[in-house]
Design a protein. Structure first.
Length: 139
């Protein structure tokens, strides 16, 4: 099974358990830790565990098992490591706090051009370009 096929299988299994906000991120160009992230959320810790169980069962039916599972007992953020695909099942608050989609997505060209070379955003200019500033001392 290819990483793409596995990520689709995982997303489908999560959808079957009514996971919300299912996102498959292709991170091959950004990292060597995996090819894809599958990120989704459940409304309660019980639903997070049910989504996780459905993903594990769907993989097991195809002969694939996660190398490692973390966070299952707490149920607020479960991570399943399938080597080429890493699955994150969150509670909504945890997902918005860690915001993995923003961390791993490709920046748009407009956003990249709005930043200078050192990553600091340039201040917008108003009318005329800013010249050197003089310090005025008052007595």
């Amino acid at each position: 099974m290819t990483p793409l096929q596995l990520s689709r299988l995982i997303a489908d299994a999560a959808a079957d358990k009514k996971a919300r906000g299912i996102v498959r991120l292709d991170i091959r160009q950004k990292s060597s830790i995996a090819d894809y992230f599958v990120i989704c959320e459940g409304d309660t810790d019980r639903q997070v565990r049910a989504i996780t169980d459905a993903i594990i069962e769907a993989g097991r039916a195809k002969g694939v098992r996660p190398l490692h599972t973390a966070g299952y007992e707490e149920g607020s953020w479960v991570v399943l490591d399938y080597a080429s695909v890493i699955v994150h099942v969150f509670l909504p608050g945890e997902r918005s706090y860690y915001d993995l989609e923003s961390l791993w997505k490709t920046p748009s060209r407009a956003r990249a051009s709005a930043t200078s070379r050192n990553g600091v955003k340039k201040a917008p200019t108003k009318g005329k370009p800013a010249g050197p500033r003089r310090r005025v001392r008052t007595a």
